[in-house]
Design a protein around this ligand. Structure first.
Ligand SMILES: NC(=O)c1ccc[n+]([C@@H]2O[C@H](COP(=O)([O-])OP(=O)(O)OC[C@H]3O[C@@H](n4cnc5c(N)ncnc54)[C@H](OP(=O)(O)O)[C@@H]3O)[C@@H](O)[C@H]2O)c1
Length: 240
């Protein structure tokens, strides 16, 4: 069956790889972006023989998220998979972290995930089927210096995932979280070589992961009918 998939924050990085991976599986893609989306990405997805509808939306805004989901239903009728990928960092030590740095990260990473689940689950409940995959982080499991806001948001995503999984299981809807370690994207490109070297010391497999590897896991979890409420680490062994 051809599935309809919403991927948030899909213009680049892991979200982009997730959108392309689902398209390669024959799924239609509702591609959410915040600032802009490269035309070649839309062409690449359409080149897989599926539809790609790109919608600008800030997922941290409850009303905008609702419009995004309505657009997906207008275009595709059903929503089979929701991948909550949009995320930001505002790293600094707790002592220096402003209220605004804290609130901004929680608003996108945690509230944005809630907003999308809230609006999408309404349709999945009626369908009595659906898969939700949330992008958490290994930092939400083990914490990290300079990322109190980010770690709190990603730990929150894990609690949200497990509660959603329990609430929606009886209607055949699964909800799982992915906890990536360090993946080579613009989010990690900004780290200094010194920080990268120290991170590498904690990765048993001695390399950063690739966005495509995370995307493969998202596709797997979306198709797995008997896995729900789980947090799957993909981190080169960092948090074993
Ligand atoms: N890279 C890693 O090592 C790593 C590790 C663990 C978890 N993760 C998580 O994986 C996800 C993807 O990360 P990434 O590395 O691919 O980051 P990225 O390259 O910075 O991409 C993040 C994407 O999210 C979008 N976005 C941000 N805020 C948004 C909002 N409010 N509404 C809609 N879209 C928004 C961004 O759009 P704009 O560019 O337009 O702002 C961007 O396209 C995030 O949730 C991140 O926390 C990443």
């Amino acid at each position: 069956m051809q599935k309809n998939v919403i991927v948030t924050g899909a213009a680049k990085g892991i979200g982009r790889a997730v959108a392309v991976a689902f398209a390669k599986e024959g799924c239609n893609i509702l591609l959410n972006y915040r600032t802009s989306v490269p035309e070649e990405l839309i062409k690449e997805i359409e080149g897989c023989g599926v539809r790609c509808v790109a919608v600008k939306c800030d997922v941290s805004d409850f009303a905008q998220a609702e419009e995004l989901v309505k657009k997906a239903v207008e275009e595709f009728k059903t929503i089979d998979v929701l991948v909550n990928n949009a995320g930001i960092t505002r790293d600094t030590l707790l002592m220096r972290m402003s209220e605004e740095d804290f609130d901004a990260v929680i608003a996108t990473n945690l509230k944005g995930t809630f907003n999308m689940i809230k609006h999408t689950s309404k349709y999945m409940l009626k369908q009595r089927s659906g898969s939700i995959v949330n992008m958490s982080s290994v930092v939400g499991v083990i914490g990290n210096v300079g990322q109190a806001n980010y770690a709190a948001s990603k730990a929150g995503v894990i609690g949200l995932t497990k509660s959603t999984a329990r609430e929606l299981a009886s209607r055949g809807i699964t909800c799982n979280a992915i906890a990536p370690g360090f993946i080579g994207t613009s989010m990690t490109d900004v780290l200094s070589d010194k920080v990268k070297d120290s991170i590498m010391g904690n990765i048993p497999l001695k390399r950063f992961g690739e966005a495509e590897e995370v995307a493969e896991l998202a596709v797997f979890l979306a198709n797995a009918k008997y896995i729900t409420g789980q947090v799957v680490n993909i981190d080169g062994g960092m948090a074993m």
